[in-house]
Design a protein around this ligand. Structure first.
Ligand code: MN
Length: 228
């Protein structure tokens, strides 16, 4: 087959203690999964059901990336998140959806907050705020067997070495099993899918030249550098 032009190679992520890499398929993100973050955004947590948005894998980068400050925003925010990497499909009637999880990692859900809020007020989609180039930063994956979590671990984010976000995975409103069970009723979840599980309180603006580092106890850190 001859293509009329070449596409960039798909994103793959390193795996701790392994020579193999994880090919990234789709990226699903959970909104308002920590009550304190929902409150700082002026919202209440919806206890009825979680909600989602998606970010393109084509716009995602690996930890360690150095990227330009994005266009079109004057309020570019950091959000640190635990992500789940699926190694097999999940059906909505699966007994234990966690069986499909191959590993976990730390992610940054970078957000043009001014655009997200502007569009939200107009009841428009969030894409301009959320699905921007280099807008998802994904860390090295740790296989389930190599991590005791999730349960009780700290989640944190530093900008230029100063702590900005600090939370605990136990404060997630919806557990990973609940999220997988719910989301699999809307999508045929499959190997390669990534689910970003929401951010704790303390989100805020970053500037050109900033170095953003996020972590979860026991997992490999995620790092992003914004070009000066
Ligand atoms: Mn987020």
């Amino acid at each position: 087959m001859t293509l009329v032009f070449d596409l960039p190679d798909p994103l793959t992520l390193p795996i701790q203690f392994s020579d193999r890499r994880f090919p990234v398929g789709r990226i699903f993100c959970v909104g308002r999964n920590y009550a304190a973050h929902a409150a700082e955004m002026g919202n209440e947590v919806d206890r009825e059901a979680p909600f989602y948005f998606t970010k393109s894998a084509a716009n995602a980068v690996q930890t360690g990336a150095e990227v330009p400050f994005p266009q079109g925003t004057e309020d570019f925010h950091h959000e640190v998140e635990l992500f789940v990497a699926l190694g097999q499909s999940v059906g909505s009637s699966d007994e234990d959806p966690l069986d499909a999880v191959s590993g976990y990692g730390c992610a940054l859900d970078m957000t043009r907050r001014d655009l997200q809020i502007r569009e939200r007020k107009k009841q428009r989609p969030w894409d301009l705020g959320k699905d921007l180039e280099n807008g998802s930063v994904l860390g090295k994956i740790t296989a389930c067997k190599d991590w005791v979590g999730p349960g009780g671990q700290s989640i944190w984010l530093d900008v230029n070495g100063q702590r900005r976000q600090a939370g605990n995975l136990d404060d997630m409103v919806w557990s990973i099993a609940e999220l997988l069970r719910h989301l699999s009723g809307f999508y045929y979840l499959r190997a390669g899918d990534i689910i970003m599980t929401g951010t704790p309180a303390g989100v805020g603006a970053v500037n050109p030249g900033d170095v953003i580092t996020g972590g979860v106890t026991g997992l490999s850190d995620v790092k992003l550098t914004l070009m000066p």
